[in-house]
Design a protein around this ligand. Structure first.
Ligand SMILES: *[C@@H]1O[C@H](CO)[C@@H](O)[C@H](O)[C@H]1NC(C)=O
Ligand SMILES: *[C@@H]1O[C@H](CO)[C@@H](O)[C@H](O)[C@H]1NC(C)=O
Ligand SMILES: *[C@@H]1O[C@H](CO)[C@@H](O)[C@H](O)[C@H]1NC(C)=O
Ligand SMILES: *[C@@H]1O[C@H](CO)[C@@H](O)[C@H](O)[C@H]1NC(C)=O
Length: 439
């Protein structure tokens, strides 16, 4: 059994790569898409072009999402739409376990002999069924400096599902773009279609009016106005595997498809927080560790870590004459903005560092990713207590979750081929922002 499986998988994968291989005479080295922050939901929304005739499709970016799913119930029309045939290479690649028939009116949501997946809304955690489907996807290539010509992926695989799954997503969006570690998530499918490295780099803008970018493929990742290649400034840490899925639709003994890194300590004003170190590693049941999330708007900390983190920050802030004020929900540590001194545009607050593989590799969380204006004149620590989250929607199984607010204006590269994560901390260090990229 096992040797057979080992042989079939690369073979099937090869078939799918060659069939979804873009029919472009020009082979791009990298692609780029815009990502905007939605002011109401604080979700990050990208726009891709799909179907024939092509239409722009807005999708919520879910870093841990397993694949792209799209609402096919409301106005999906395309002459190039094709359901994947049961037991086809596409169904295997998608890791689909089910085949189904349909007696209704044929259409994107009703196919015979098709295979299906269980699309999940990463925000509400609702799950439903959806057929594995292919349609043409059109994206912009880039040389790392400027957007280039558009290229097509003729048979991009996604799940077609029903409108109700959109509940809780930013207005105007019609699905989710999954960026997880699966073979059919956006990064791996695009890498296979154009034979470039399985890596992507994300730069989320903090400004709702100006979008940031996501690059697929290798650098350079360069700025619009005379800036250098950001990838030259990366620091690296290992991507940690979580052997147990933390996802509500885990099948069999699936590993997690989300991105984790290894935090070994947290320091505030240079001092280690007293943290039960077993919480920082991933236990055999998949609980613990540090993960990234673009669907959690703010950081989420396991209760005991949250308590020591906020208490220490509050006392270190007091030592800097920063005045604590009444908390504004959902935050538990808030300060008078007027009491925070700014020097050359930088807010002077206690320094917070995540220590990674050793003491010389740290992920600093600067003031702009640490404090959020929660009310007029009130700045709060942009983290919430995991135990305060009633629905387990954002899966507070990880001990530390860096939410969208912590990732903004930080250039982060996820390299699936070498299992490492490159990061710049704050782009402000390099006097630019995620909105400075052209997409
Ligand atoms: C599926 O096959 C059945 C039986 O042949 C047929 O009645 C039905 O209309 C088909 N459904 C679709 C969507 O083609
Ligand atoms: C540390 O955390 C682990 C995992 O939650 C727990 O089993 C253990 O009892 C904790 N140790 C202490 C000293 O609190
Ligand atoms: C805090 O305020 C006190 C009293 O005004 C002053 O003596 C002290 O230098 C201030 N500390 C800092 C870090 O600014
Ligand atoms: C820390 O880790 C980095 C990257 O893994 C390595 O290059 C460096 O030598 C390490 N430093 C120490 C002091 O161990």
């Amino acid at each position: 059994m096992a040797p057979f499986l080992q042989y079939t998988f690369p073979f099937l994968f090869f078939l799918v790569i060659s069939s979804s291989q873009a029919q472009n005479s020009f082979r791009p080295k990298a692609l780029v898409i815009p990502v905007r922050k939605d002011a109401n939901t604080l979700q990050y929304v990208t726009t891709i072009t799909q179907r024939t005739p092509p239409v722009p499709v807005q999708l919520v970016v879910d870093l841990g999402g397993q694949f792209v799913w799209i609402d096919c119930e409301s106005g999906y029309t395309s002459s190039t739409y094709r359901p994947a045939v049961c037991r086809s290479a596409q169904c295997s690649l998608a890791n689909s376990l089910f085949c189904s028939d349909c007696n209704g009116t044929p259409g994107p949501l009703c196919n015979n002999n098709s295979c299906s997946l269980s699309p999940q809304n990463g925000v509400t955690e609702f799950i439903t069924g959806g057929d594995v489907t292919m349609d043409v996807l059109t994206l912009k290539s880039t040389d790392g400096f400027n957007p280039g010509v558009t290229v097509n992926v003729p048979r991009f695989i996604f799940a077609c599902t029903r409108s109700f799954l959109l509940e809780g997503l930013a207005s105007g969006t019609t699905g989710i773009a999954g960026f997880g570690k699966t073979r059919i998530a956006l990064p791996s499918q695009l890498a296979a279609a154009f034979s470039f490295d399985r890596k992507f780099a994300m730069c989320l803008s903090s400004e709702t009016a100006s979008p940031g970018v996501i690059f697929f493929g290798d650098g350079p990742y360069s700025f619009f106005q005379g800036g250098g290649d950001v990838s030259q400034t990366f620091r690296y840490t290992r991507m940690i595997n979580n052997p147990v899925s933390t996802n509500g639709v885990a099948l069999r003994n699936e590993p997690s498809f989300e991105y984790f890194m290894g935090v070994t300590a947290i320091t505030i004003s240079g001092k280690d927080l007293p943290i039960n170190s077993s919480l920082l590693s991933i236990a055999s049941n998949g609980v613990g560790g540090t993960k990234f999330s673009t669907v959690a708007p703010y950081g989420i900390l396991e209760s005991t870590i949250y308590k020591t983190f906020t208490e220490t920050f509050i006392s270190e802030a007091a030592a800097m004459n920063i005045t604590r004020v009444a908390s504004v929900a959902p935050f538990g540590a808030c300060f008078s903005s007027n009491s925070i001194v700014s020097i050359r545009g930088r807010l002077q607050v206690p320094s917070v560092n995540l220590v990674l593989q050793n003491r010389s590799v740290v992920w600093p969380i600067y003031a702009t990713n640490l404090l959020v204006q929660a009310a007029e004149g009130v700045s709060c620590l942009a983290f919430v207590d995991a135990s305060s989250i009633e629905d387990v929607a954002i899966n507070p199984l990880a001990s530390i979750i860096l939410g969208g607010y912590q990732l903004e204006d930080n250039f982060i590269m996820f390299d699936l081929a070498t299992s490492r994560i490159g990061f710049t901390s704050m782009l402000y260090d390099y006097t630019t922002r995620c909105s400075s990229f052209r997409s």
